[in-house]
Design a protein around this ligand. Structure first.
Ligand SMILES: Nc1ncnc2c1ncn2[C@@H]1O[C@H](COP(=O)(O)OP(=O)(O)OP(=O)(O)O)[C@@H](O)[C@H]1O
Ligand SMILES: [Mg+2]
Length: 433
C-alpha cells in the first residue's frame, strides 16, 4: 500500500507549496481520510486524538473550495465560518488558515470577545472569505447588523463536543439559523461523549463519521503519571519537580482562576518564571501570558481549562494537573497540550484523596491506568463533590520522591523535527453517523 500524499488526496498545488514550507511531509491519518470527503462536499464528523492535525483536515479543503469558486463575499458577509470555544484558539486557527492559504489571496479575519469592536467591524465591512470566531462576539456583530451569514455555505465547529454542550449550544443554534440552509458542515474533536454526539444531527446532514481512534484515547507518546498527594503538599511537590531542568516547558492546570493566580505567584516567589492564563484577565494580559510562554520567557504557564482545548504550543515537555479536572474529557484535552505532532511528552497529575473519584472517571474514559509516581491512594476515596481540601483528621502524606521522568522520551529536537517524524499509527475506521 502506498502512503498517502497531499497530492494524492487532491490538494491543489498552491496549498501543497505552503504545506511544504510548514514541513508537512505527509498527511496525518485524519487528514488522509477527511480531506477527500470534504473536497467532495460531504458533511463530516471527525474524531482524532489531540495534536494529530485536525485543523489542516478542515482548513485545506475549505481553502481549496473557496479559492476554486471565486465569488467574492458581499459587504459584511462571510463565505466560511469556523467557530471555536476560546479566543486564543480562534486566533490560532486564524493563523493556520493564513499560513496554509498564503498563496491564495483569500480574505479572512478573526472576531472574538474582550477587545474593541471597531477594528473587527472594519474588517467585516468589505466581506471576508473566511471568518473564525468565538460565538458570543459573533452574535453581537450579527445583532448589530455588522455581519450577515446568509451567504455562508461552510460551517466548522472545532472542539465540537464543547460547542454542542450546554454553555454554547444556544449561541450555536442562533448562529446556524442565520446561515444558509444549504451548507457544508463539519465537526471536529478528540472527544465526543455519546450524550453530545446526539446533537450533531442538528448541524450535519447525511454526514460521514471519520474516526481515526476511539474518542478520548490518548496518543501513545504521552507518559501519564499520578502523584497521590494531599492538597497542602502540592506546592512543595511542584517546586521540587521544577528543580529538574528537564521540565523545560511546563503547562500547569488548575480548576479555578484564583487557583491559577495563586500557583503562578507561588512559583514567582520560588524564582521560577511563570505566567497565569484565565478568564479573569484582560485580553491583552491573556495574549501576553501566552506569548511569553510560547517564546520561552516564562518556563511555566499556569492556566484554567480556557487553555485546555486546541492550543498548539511546540515542545511543551510536561503537562501538570495541579488539580484534577472534574470533567474527564478535560483531562484528555489538557494532557493533549503535550506530545503533539508525533513528539513525546509527560503528563503528571496531582491527586488529593478527594479527587480520587475524578481519577477513576478519567481512567474509565481513557481506558488507560496512570502509572503511580509517588504517594499512595487513600483507601476510601472521598466522593467527587467533596472540596479538594484535606480533612483535619488526616495527616498529610509525604508525596515521596518525585519520580517524574524529567524528559519526554525520544523528544524531537524541535517542532520541525517532530513534523518530519510523523508516522500514521492506527488503521482507520469510517462509518456513517
Ligand atoms: N501533516 C502534518 N505533518 C506534520 N505536522 C503536522 C501535520 N498536520 C498538522 N501538523 C502539526 O501538528 C500540530 C497539531 O496540529 P493541530 O493543532 O491541528 O492538532 P489537532 O488535532 O487539532 O489537536 P487538538 O485536538 O489538540 O486541537 C500542529 O503544530 C501542526 O502544525
Ligand atoms: Mg484542534
Amino acid at each position: 500500500m502506498t502512503e498517502p500524499s497531499f497530492a494524492g488526496l487532491g490538494v491543489a498545488e498552491p496549498l501543497r507549496r505552503a504545506l511544504q514550507a510548514e514541513g508537512y511531509a505527509r498527511p496525518t491519518p485524519i487528514q488522509a481520510q477527511a480531506i477527500p470527503l470534504l473536497l467532495a462536499g460531504r458533511d463530516l464528523l471527525g474524531i482524532a486524538q489531540t495534536g494529530t492535525g485536525k485543523t489542516a483536515a478542515f482548513a485545506l479543503p475549505i481553502l481549496q473550495q473557496l479559492s476554486a469558486a471565486r465569488e467574492p463575499a458581499g459587504p459584511r458577509a462571510a463565505r466560511a465560518l469556523i467557530l471555536a470555544p476560546a479566543r486564543e484558539l480562534a486566533l490560532q486557527i486564524g493563523e493556520s488558515f493564513k499560513s496554509y492559504g498564503r498563496h491564495l489571496g483569500l480574505r479572512q479575519t478573526v472576531v472574538y470577545g474582550g477587545v474593541g469592536y471597531e477594528k473587527q467591524i472594519q474588517a467585516l465591512a468589505r466581506g471576508v472569505d473566511i471568518l473564525v470566531a468565538t460565538p458570543g462576539r459573533l452574535l453581537d456583530h450579527l445583532a448589530q447588523g455588522k455581519l450577515r451569514l446568509d451567504q455562508a455555505s461552510i460551517l466548522v465547529l472545532d472542539e465540537a463536543d464543547q460547542m454542542l454542550d450546554m454553555g454554547f449550544i444556544l449561541s450555536v443554534r442562533k448562529i446556524i439559523s442565520a446561515m444558509l440552509g444549504r451548507r457544508q458542515s463539519m465537526l471536529f474533536s478528540a472527544t465526543m461523549p455519546p450524550a453530545v454526539a446526539g446533537l450533531a444531527g442538528e448541524v450535519l446532514r447525511n454526514p460521514v463519521r471519520v474516526q481515526v481512534s476511539p474518542s478520548a484515547t490518548m496518543v501513545d507518546e504521552v507518559d501519564q503519571r499520578v502523584f497521590f498527594v494531599e492538597t497542602p503538599g502540592k506546592r512543595a511537590l511542584l517546586a521540587r519537580l521544577l528543580k529538574d531542568p528537564g521540565l523545560g516547558r511546563v503547562l500547569v492546570f488548575t480548576r479555578t482562576k484564583h487557583g491559577a493566580n495563586r500557583v503562578s505567584e507561588f512559583l514567582g516567589k520560588e524564582g521560577i518564571a511563570a505566567e497565569a492564563l484565565h478568564g479573569n484577565k484582560t485580553q491583552g494580559a491573556r495574549v501576553r501570558a501566552l506569548e511569553s510562554f510560547r517564546a520561552g520567557r516564562a518556563r511555566v504557564l499556569v492556566a484554567t481549562d480556557v487553555a485546555s482545548r486546541g492550543i498548539d504550543i511546540a515542545d511543551v515537555t510536561h503537562v501538570i494537573n495541579f488539580e484534577m479536572p472534574n470533567v474527564p474529557e478535560s483531562y484528555v484535552h489538557r494532557v493533549g497540550r503535550t506530545a503533539r505532532a508525533g513528539a513525546a511528552g509527560v503528563a503528571l497529575s496531582f491527586c488529593d484523596p478527594a479527587e480520587q473519584a475524578y481519577l477513576r472517571d478519567i481512567e474509565r474514559l481513557t481506558k488507560r491506568p496512570l502509572t503511580v509516581a509517588g504517594g499512595q491512594p487513600a483507601r476510601a476515596a472521598a466522593p467527587p463533590q467533596a472540596p479538594a481540601r484535606p480533612q483535619a483528621s488526616r495527616k498529610p502524606q509525604a508525596p515521596g520522591r518525585p519520580q517524574a521522568p524529567s524528559r519526554p522520551q525520544a523528544a524531537p529536537a524541535g517542532p520541525s523535527a517532530s513534523r518530519r517524524r510523523w508516522r500514521p499509527r492506527r488503521a482507520a475506521a469510517r462509518r456513517a453517523v
